[in-house]
Design a protein around this ligand. Structure first.
Ligand SMILES: [Zn+2]
Length: 288
C-alpha cells in the first residue's frame, strides 16, 4: 500500500502513484501517524496513531489542528506560512455540490471560520491554493488536469456517490476551466471497501435509482447472510467513466479504512460510545 515517508518530516502519507511525481501538483491523504521528525513538538498526539488533522473544537484545540496542517504542508515541500491562509475547506453535508474557486481564495482563510457552506467538493486553477476535504470512511476523489492545470478534491460518501459528485466535479472542470475529460487524472482514495460496507435502506434503493438495475447488481453484492455490501469504489469508477475519463487515468487506492483501521481513521471502526469524537483524515490537493 502506498504510504510514503519520503518527505522532510518523514510524515506517513498516502499518495497515488499516478499523481505522486507530477511537478506542479502536491497531494496527500493523511494517515493516523505523526511525523517521525516533527516540526512542531507541541502538536504531537499523546496517544500514538491519533494524529488528527480535523475535529470538533470541543474535543481538540484549534492550535493543534492548525499546527498539524502546517506540518502536512511542510512535508509536501510547501511553505506553510505562505499557503496556509489560502487553504480552502468546505462544510461537508453529504451533498453532490461542488464549488469552483478562483483568486478570491488567496488569503481568505476559507477553512476554519469560513468554509464554503453546504459543499462537498472544490475545484481550482489557482496555484498555491490547497484544497481540503475531510474523511472517515467516505472516499476522496482527487482530480487533476495536467493540460489546463486544474485540480480538485471531492468527498464522496454514499449520498455523494449516488448523487454522482464525480460527474459534477468533472462537469465544472470542463465548463469553468476548459478541461477535456480525456486529460483528467483521478484518484479514488482510502475508504470503507466492498469487503466491509454493509448497507440497508435507503442506500439500496438510492443505488438502484442512480445506477440502474444492471450496474446496481454489480455494485450491491449479496452476502451469505443475505445482507448487501455496496462497492463505493466501483460506483465512483463507473461515474468517472460516465464523465468521460479514460479507464487508465483512474487510480483506485483499494484501501479499506475498516480493514486498515490501524493506518486510517474509520467511523465504523470507532466503538459506539466514542463515535461523538471519531477521528478523521484529510485529503489535500494543490497546484504548485
Ligand atoms: Zn474492509
Amino acid at each position: 500500500m502506498p504510504i510514503y515517508t519520503d518527505n522532510p518530516l518523514e510524515l506517513p502519507i498516502f499518495q497515488f502513484e499516478s499523481l505522486k511525481n507530477i511537478s506542479g501538483l502536491a497531494h496527500a491523504v493523511s494517515t493516523r501517524y505523526a511525523p517521525k521528525r516533527p516540526m512542531l513538538p507541541e502538536v504531537q498526539p499523546a496517544t500514538p496513531g491519533d494524529y488528527r488533522l480535523a475535529g470538533r473544537s470541543i474535543y481538540i484545540q484549534r492550535e493543534i489542528i492548525t499546527g498539524r496542517r502546517s506540518e502536512l504542508l511542510t512535508a509536501l515541500g510547501l511553505d506553510y506560512r505562505e499557503v496556509q491562509p489560502n487553504l480552502v475547506g468546505v462544510h461537508q453535508m453529504h451533498t453532490a455540490n461542488v464549488r469552483s474557486i478562483g483568486k478570491e481564495a488567496y488569503g481568505a482563510n476559507l477553512n476554519w471560520d469560513n468554509p464554503i457552506p453546504e459543499c462537498d467538493g472544490i475545484i481550482t486553477d489557482c496555484p498555491g491554493v490547497p484544497l481540503m476535504t475531510i474523511h472517515a470512511d467516505c472516499p476522496a476523489i482527487l482530480l487533476y488536469d495536467p493540460v489546463r492545470k486544474v485540480a480538485g478534491t471531492l468527498h464522496s460518501g454514499w449520498r455523494g456517490t449516488v448523487g454522482k459528485i464525480g460527474l459534477e466535479g468533472v462537469r465544472q472542470m470542463v465548463t469553468n476551466f476548459g478541461s477535456n475529460p480525456k486529460d483528467i487524472l483521478a484518484g479514488i482514495g482510502p475508504s470503507i471497501g466492498p469487503c466491509c460496507y454493509q448497507v440497508g435502506e435507503p442506500v439500496l434503493s438510492e443505488v438502484q435509482r442512480a445506477f440502474g438495475p444492471e450496474l446496481s447488481a454489480e455494485l450491491l453484492q449479496k452476502q451469505p447472510d443475505d445482507s448487501f455490501h455496496f462497492d463505493l469504489w466501483q460506483a465512483i469508477y463507473q461515474t468517472l467513466l460516465e464523465a468521460g475519463l479514460a479507464p487508465d487515468n483512474i487510480e483506485q487506492s483499494q484501501v479499506c479504512t475498516l480493514c486498515q483501521r490501524e493506518h486510517f481513521f474509520s467511523y465504523r471502526a470507532t466503538p459506539q460510545d466514542q463515535r461523538h469524537n471519531y477521528g478523521q483524515f484529510m485529503a489535500l490537493v494543490m497546484l504548485t
